[in-house]
Design a binder for this molecule. Sequence first.
Ligand code: HEC
Length: 108
Amino acid sequence: MKISFSVFVIIAIFMAAALSHAASGNAVHSIELPKIAVELRAGEGNETTGRFCNICHSLDYITMQPPFSTAQWTATVNKMIKVMGAPIAEDDAKAIINYLTAEYGTGK
Ligand code: HEC
């Protein structure tokens, strides 16, 4: 009966390991991510820009840029749509580009 006793010991060890694993799995851990609240400047197109440009990343991607020309903001917005897959219709894209050029650009 020596063999069956060692088998019993091995099974007991596995069960203990399984139980302690299950016990540690019950603990609920949570983390709090920092909320980055970026307020876009007031202006026509502010709401549309805030709605669409906030889907994938923080709006500070906009506020951190140097003042861009219309051509540069157009290229950025088109890149977000064509390369990144931003779901922005043409009219909204125009409103966003006008807003960005006026408030975060060279104004022309
Ligand atoms: C579908 C997701 C998505 C949406 C919506 C989106 N972006 Fe982005 N954007 C990205 C990704 C991904 C990057 C990072 C690209 C990289 O690291 O090169 C990025 C990067 C940027 C950058 C950093 C510079 C650059 O050219 O990479 C700017 C500026 C920017 N986005 C502006 C905007 C604006 C303005 C809008 C709204 C018109 C917008 N994004 C909407 C995905 C998105």
